[in-house]
Design a protein around this ligand. Structure first.
Ligand code: CUA
Length: 339
């Protein structure tokens, strides 16, 4: 197939320019949104954007110089002495690269401490454990017992937060592009990342290290709130689960326990106290199910329970598609109501 359909060269150039414009627009569209490192909403992320811009401008300048030298070599027919050629090779091949890399390394390393040094005394601490393929998130409220949630992190705006990272199976990598750099989660080791959100909003975090079948389905929501709203959220999350509000939800709660869901999942305030899978105490109030895979409406719960492996290959949870439709509906109603 010809690359360019128009018959005249001018038509070809016009089509190429149009394609280039579309390409640039598509690329720029990726610079916005809740998962873009180029739309910073945190201290650290803004410094990374600076680093990216400096490196891009530097690379562009070097590219122009190299192109100019190439054109000079190709089109200017002039003999140079062996001495001049040797000087050019030493300058272009040793001196300039060494100087450029030394400056970039120093500039890049100077940012590192702000991400990995401990946050100031009294800062919020959040513990995150990576599992195949979800995130256990633990908070330690000042007045109250620690509590867990999954695949969602809420943070107050304008304050540093220290995120302690661990993994229980393979290496994962914790990354919230809008808020800061990424950090590996290594089994048997604790790593740390300090973030400081500067804008309230909803962002998206991802696992940035290939970690198995459902690596691509290992996302999480990051919700940055004003401090008062954050305190209210902590108080709400500290409470045990809501009682089922209607007959269908009550039946769903019974079925949840009868089918052994509580062996892997905890719902605080009930007999379900499993620690293998995500804590479901307030699962109905979260922004996603299955680590960014589905929403949290009744239909989403029903689908995830019945078609677990089709939706999320390799996941440990067995699918419960053999349950009668009415039972699935009841369990989904119960979970949806756990706000
Ligand atoms: Cu966890 Cu990729």
């Amino acid at each position: 197939m010809p690359f360019c359909a128009p018959s005249s060269p001018a038509g070809c150039v016009a089509v190429s320019l149009w394609r280039a414009r579309v390409f640039v627009l598509v690329c720029l569209a990726g610079c916005e949104g809740r998962q873009s490192a180029l739309a910073p909403a945190g201290r650290g992320a803004d410094r990374l954007v600076d680093l990216f811009l400096w490196m891009s401008v530097g690379a562009l300048l070097i590219w122009i110089v190299v192109l100019a030298l190439t054109a000079y070599g190709a089109f200017v027919d002039k003999a140079h002495s062996a001495r001049a050629a040797e000087r050019l090779v030493i300058a272009g091949g040793v001196v300039v690269p060494t100087a450029v890399l030394a400056v970039l390394l120093t500039y890049g390393l100077s940012m590192l401490p702000s991400f990995v040094e401990a946050a100031p005394e009294g800062s919020l601490k959040v513990h995150v454990v990576g599992h195949q393929w979800w995130w256990r998130v633990r908070y330690f409220p000042k007045d109250g017992a620690p509590f867990d949630l999954a695949n969602e992190i809420q943070l107050p705006v304008g304050a540093p937060v220290e995120i302690e990272l661990e993994s229980r199976d393979v290496i994962h990598s914790f990354w919230i592009p809008s808020l800061g750099g990424k950090m590996d989660m290594i089994p048997g080791r604790k790593t740390r990342l300090v973030l400081e959100p500067t804008k309230a909003g909803v962002f998206r975090g991802v696992c940035a290290e290939y970690c198995g079948d459902s690596h691509a389905f290992m996302a999480f929501s990051v919700i940055v709130l004003e401090p008062e709203a954050f305190d209210r959220w902590i108080a709400e999350q500290s409470r045990p689960a809501l009682e089922p509000s209607d007959e269908l939800a009550r039946r769903g709660h019974e079925l949840f326990l009868e089918n052994g869901c509580g062996a892997c999942h905890a719902v605080r305030g009930t007999r379900a106290d499993g620690v293998i899978g995500p804590d479901l105490t307030h699962v109905g109030g979260r922004s996603s199910l299955g680590a960014g895979l589905l929403g949290t409406r009744r239909e989403d719960f029903r689908r995830f329970i019945a078609e677990t492996h089709r939706l999320k290959p390799g996941v440990q949870m067995p699918a419960f598609g053999m349950l009668p439709e009415a039972d699935l509906e009841a369990i989904a109603r119960y979970l949806e109501g756990l706000e």
